[in-house]
Design a binder for this molecule. Structure first.
Ligand code: ADP
Ligand code: MG
Length: 618
């Protein structure tokens, strides 16, 4: 017998559980749902407001606050307050080292390609865990407002997010106790909120201009048969409304003949000025002059001056639009619709310049802070099968992926992907001189392959002998319209290749699929924690191997005392590896890393001076 749930907020009987749409933003996040009148609506949980600032604060006793309250701590307790975590999601230290000074909290420099970690107090957090705290808050607000459990969601990401960033977003959802039905591109969601792309008959080319707090992106999308194809994206990940605020602050500093360095040194005052500047910027929506004071600092600004201050920044975004069109090989006249997204598009000058550039009025009827979440809610409703007007394209019911180190499932085609589809990823070897690579293909939602269903296994043979990490093995999955999965593995340096075909739906019933999905939801949290532990272990084991190898090969560069100390750190890491405590492992990795870092640098200096000696001068 099927369970019937009653929605206490609306009094209606709910056959389908509510699926929410979530905009997990760099500055602000929010959640929306489809109300009983079939309209998308944002959730405003009893006076807390719609927007949840994407900020997490850790108190001295480990208490966690998220949102508006946490934002206050950005001034009073910056080391323990994490903001802009979306910038770190699915990224390695190498990806972000150029802008590491942007963060006021500690991002661990492990000088590696593995995903970054953040240290708060003496605990280590991954961006996945931190994002999950924001998602948990959104889930709780939705549940409180709707008076019903919320377990399923669609989450949006920027169109330029890569595989690893999307997977990290999924994992954050899982960790928050959400079954993530689909990851949707933000511009696609915005377009759906305007009803564009809902009619499978229409063909359109659109531009989505998204200017948020700290980031700008523009996407050119082609919509055909209900499929959104991203033709090009462009933007600047360090340009947004925050720059408008700083331009105003700088102007006030100059007008009041203050010393900028003094202001920066006085954190509280700097923050007050920044907030006043943001207030002024917003006020220009309905007034043309702001006249205010902080102590004896005059905060006066008129709209014309404001527009002059930000003109250069807005012009930069227009250049990005130009470049996006060029990459998409589209003339500006071929754009059918222009959609405005992000709080900063409320600034009149932004709207005016974008409309001028595209030569047409822009869409700004839907609240630009909310448009992405509203569109995500529509997408969720479509996936729930609640919209008879929309044809749901064939999708793959279970994720498809391969086994990676530690027995983990690495998803290549996520479930609910439209069929036909293709996706691929690059792997490498873990042992020096490895000439064969086992490729095991699995189906399912669990993080450990042993809980999933094995579809195929084969060896990619004849990889030329190279050091570990050198071979480049591309694994491509192609799922065709008949549900046949073609798996291709190719080592790019040598061209060695192997292919197999399977039919994932063969020998599995709908009930079994449903059971697998249910299991994945009940075990989601444990699965993600286990995955994180295994990943930490794999990283730790590799580190031990690497350092031991280094000591063996380069004993000349390290003193006997240093070797003895290094061995102590290795022992400590080995002990942590068996402890089953991922924080202890990360801590030990970090310590070993810090201790051995100078060795590698010394070696490098030596190598350079050797090279110089070898060079002839003539
Ligand atoms: P994100 O997508 O990065 O999370 P949002 O879309 O929420 O960011 O945009 C936040 C930015 O919008 C902030 O810089 C904020 O100052 C700006 N903003 C909000 N309202 C207005 C307004 N009325 N006028 C100008 N800027 C605004
Ligand atoms: Mg946004």
């Amino acid at each position: 017998m099927a369970k019937v749930s009653i929605n206490l907020a609306t009094g209606s009987i709910q056959k389908e559980e509510i699926i929410v749409g979530i905009d997990l933003g760099t500055t602000n996040s929010l959640v929306a749902f489809i109300n009983p009148d079939k309209n998308p609506q944002v959730i405003n949980d009893t006076g807390k407001g719609v927007l949840v600032p994407s900020v997490v604060h850790f108190g001295p006793a480990g208490e966690i606050t998220v949102g508006n309250e946490a934002r206050e701590y950005l001034v009073t307790d910056p080391q323990n307050t994490v903001f802009s975590v979306k910038r770190l999601l699915g990224r390695s230290y190498h990806d972000i080292e150029n802008y590491k000074d942007f963060f006021s909290y500690k991002v661990i420099d492990d000088d590696s390609e593995s995903l970054v970690k953040i240290k708060v107090g003496d605990k280590f957090y991954t961006p996945i865990e931190l994002s999950s705290l924001i998602l948990k808050e959104l889930k709780a607000r939705a549940e409180h407002a709707l008076k019903t459990p919320v377990n399923r969601a669609v989450i949006t990401v920027p169109a330029y997010f890569n595989d690893s960033q999307r997977q990290a977003t999924r994992d954050a959802g899982k960790l928050a106790g959400l079954d993530v039905l689909r990851i949707v591109n933000e511009p696609t969601a915005a377009s759906l909120a305007y009803g564009i792309g809902l009619n499978p008959e229409e063909t359109k080319t659109i531009a989505v201009y998204d200017l948020g707090g700290g980031t700008f992106d523009v996407s050119i999308l082609q919509i055909q048969n209900g499929i959104f194809e991203v033709l090009a994206t462009n933007g600047n990940t360090f340009l947004g409304g925050d720059d408008f605020d700083s331009a105003i602050v700088d102007y006030w500093i100059e007008k009041n003949q203050l010393n900028k360095a003094d202001i920066i040194a006085d954190n509280k005052l700097a923050q007050k000025l920044r907030l006043k500047a943001e207030e002024a910027k917003r006020a220009f929506a309905y007034q043309s002059l702001v006249n205010d004071k902080i102590g004896d600092i005059w905060c006066t600004l008129d709209r014309n001056t404001f527009e002059q201050l930000i003109l250069g920044k807005v012009q930069e975004t227009i250049t990005c639009c130009q470049n996006a069109l060029k990459d998409a090989k589209i003339e500006v006249g071929q754009i059918d619709e222009v959609i405005m997204v992000g709080g900063s598009t409320r600034t009149a000058l932004v709207k005016k310049m974008v409309a001028e550039f595209f030569g047409r009025p822009v869409h700004d009827e839907v609240n630009p802070d909310e448009v992405v979440a509203l569109g995500a809610a529509i997408q969720a409703d479509v996936l729930a099968g609640n919209r008879s007007d929309i044809l749901l394209l064939d999708v793959t019911p279970l994720s498809l992926g391969i086994e990676t180190m530690g027995g983990l499932m690495d998803v290549i085609i996520p479930r609910n992907s439209k069929v036909p589809t293709k996706a691929g990823r690059q792997y490498t070897t873990s042992i020096d001189g490895q000439v064969n690579m086992k490729i095991a293909v699995y189906q399912g939602e669990r993080d450990l392959i042993k809980e999933n269903r094995k579809l195929a296994e084969f060896d990619l043979k004849g990889i030329p002998s190279m050091p570990a990490g050198f071979p480049k093995v591309d694994i491509n999955f192609l799922l065709n319209a008949d549900g046949i999965l073609k798996i291709q593995a190719i080592e790019l340096r040598s061209g060695v290749k192997q292919e197999v075909e399977v039919k994932p739906t063969y020998g599995i019933t709908d009930d079994q699929v449903e059971q697998m999905l249910l299991d994945s939801i009940t075990h989601a949290k444990d699965d993600v924690s286990q995955r994180m532990l295994i990943e930490a272990r794999v990283e730790g084991e590799q580190m031990v191997k690497q350092v031991e190898g280094f000591l063996r090969k380069n004993s000349d560069f390290v003193s006997i005392a240093e070797i003895a100390d290094t061995t102590k750190y290795i022992d400590k890491l080995n002990a942590a590896l068996t402890s089953g405590d991922k924080d202890a492992i990360h801590k030990a990795i970090d310590e070993l890393n810090e201790f051995t870092r100078p060795f590698a640098e010394r070696l490098m200096d030596q190598a350079i001076s050797h090279a110089m000696k070898g060079k002839s001068i003539e």
